[in-house]
Design a protein around this ligand. Structure first.
Ligand SMILES: [Zn+2]
Ligand SMILES: [Zn+2]
Length: 410
């Protein structure tokens, strides 16, 4: 078929026909591409609806463990809730999520873990939690108040859309556990608010979890990275008998690693909100330094946002600050690695009594950018779990990201 300029001219106005001719000419000659005709509705565009950043001062840093099994998980040994909570007091934990396997009690966490007479504390904030243990993988559920866990247990094999509706109805925080390897989280990450990027004292096991986290962040999912010891075994006391797994009690226990949250108040809802909002860092143990990560976006020398916070990029320079707080070794060097959008951005060596580093970068005006940091260096001893430091190696702490242009309505 041959279409001439004249044929087209006869079918419309002069201007329209000229355009049509140009397009047809391009199609016939192969110079037209799909991009010229199709507009990607999902392409990065200006974000207008980001909430202002919450106060950087009004709150308290609280430390805890978000993955611990008590005697209500069948494979755990010598690990009563009372023992776990006494240990929390001893090492100064502020909160704890006892996450027993729900399948061991056919979903009835409410009348097992939460009904245990030892499930109470004046000093440690207790979360209502459980490990959702399914053939498609494991996730931890966190709530400030009791919820009907049975319903989540019952839909475990259903389509993700059904699970999502039940989970949203229960108004709980769902978190992907040990996302790589056996029992990986085989569900959509759109169901979760956080991901366990540091499982147990054995830091080296977590490389794939970190990769998955970066993939999810890079694809626009604002997911908090958290830790969890996944401890199952306590040190035998009194007439308790050692088990073949008792060796784990001194290698991996409450606090290996420790998850820090910046909570607006010392209560369970504030702990979960901080977890959802990403004002979270993870440290090797409760005595390990904690990493703080801030950004000064208007060059006034004062930070305006911290990890977990998300703002609209202005296209201007941002000054970032990484600070190590707590007990640091003044004579040691700490290595700070900055990751930008999933890729290595820069590495800094810091020393001294009050180690910190600042760096500057310009997040893109349009499209998402995130920065996160990891800290390596001399490990802090954990005398209550003495073998853990050897297993963790030089990994000291990791931050959550600082975000630019992440769509809150994603
Ligand atoms: Zn698990
Ligand atoms: Zn577990």
């Amino acid at each position: 078929m041959i279409i001439s300029h004249k044929d087209i001219s006869n079918s419309g106005t002069q201007v329209k026909s000229k355009k049509a001719f140009t397009l047809l000419f391009a199609l016939f000659t192969g110079t037209a591409t799909m991009a010229q005709q199709h507009v990607d509705p999902w392409a990065p565009k200006e974000i207008t609806t980001i909430q202002p950043v919450a106060s950087l001062d009004k709150g308290v840093w609280m430390k805890g463990d978000l993955h611990v099994h008590s005697r209500h998980s069948k494979e755990s040994t010598n690990n009563s809730i009372g023992k776990i909570l006494r240990f929390c007091d001893k090492v100064g934990m502020d909160y704890i999520g006892i996450t027993d396997h729900d399948n061991h009690v056919a979903g009835d966490v409410m009348h097992n873990t939460w009904a245990d007479p030892e499930f109470k504390s004046k000093s440690v904030v207790l979360l209502y939690s459980a490990e959702w243990t399914t053939v498609r993988g494991h996730g931890n559920v966190f709530s400030a108040k009791p919820y009907d866990h049975q319903r989540l247990f019952e839909v475990r094999d259903q389509r993700d859309l059904v699970i999502g509706a039940v989970k949203n109805g229960l108004n709980v925080h769902l978190s992907a556990n040990h996302p790589s390897g056996k029992d990986h989280f085989g569900y959509s990450y759109d169901l979760v608010q956080s991901v366990e990027v540091w499982n147990s004292a054995i830091w080296s096991k977590n490389a794939n979890a970190m990769m998955i986290w970066d993939d999810m962040l890079s694809s626009g999912r604002k997911l908090t990275g958290r830790g969890g010891s996944d401890a199952h075994h306590g040190v035998p006391e009194g007439d308790e008998k050692p088990s073949k797994s008792t060796v784990e009690a001194t290698a991996n226990y409450v606090g290996t690693p420790t998850t820090w949250v910046f909570a607006t108040a010392r209560n369970s809802q504030a702990v979960i909100d901080a977890l959802t909002n990403g004002r979270v860092s993870v440290s090797a143990n409760p005595y390990s330094p904690r990493v703080e990560f801030y950004a000064d976006t208007n060059e006034d020398g004062k930070p305006d946002m911290m990890m977990g916070d998300n703002i609209k990029s202005t296209g201007q320079n941002v000054k970032f600050r990484v600070v190590l707080t707590g007990k640091t070794f003044a004579d040691s060097t700490y290595t700070i690695k900055v990751v930008k959008n999933g890729d290595a951005f820069n590495t800094y060596k810091i020393t001294g009594k009050d180690p910190k580093v600042e760096f500057t970068d310009t997040p893109a005006l349009i499209g998402r950018t995130y920065y996160r940091v990891t800290v390596e260096g001399r490990p802090a001893d954990y005398p209550e779990v003495p073998v853990s430091t050897k297993l963790t190696g030089n990994m000291v702490a990791l931050s959550n990201p600082i975000y630019f242009n992440f769509d809150p309505n994603f």
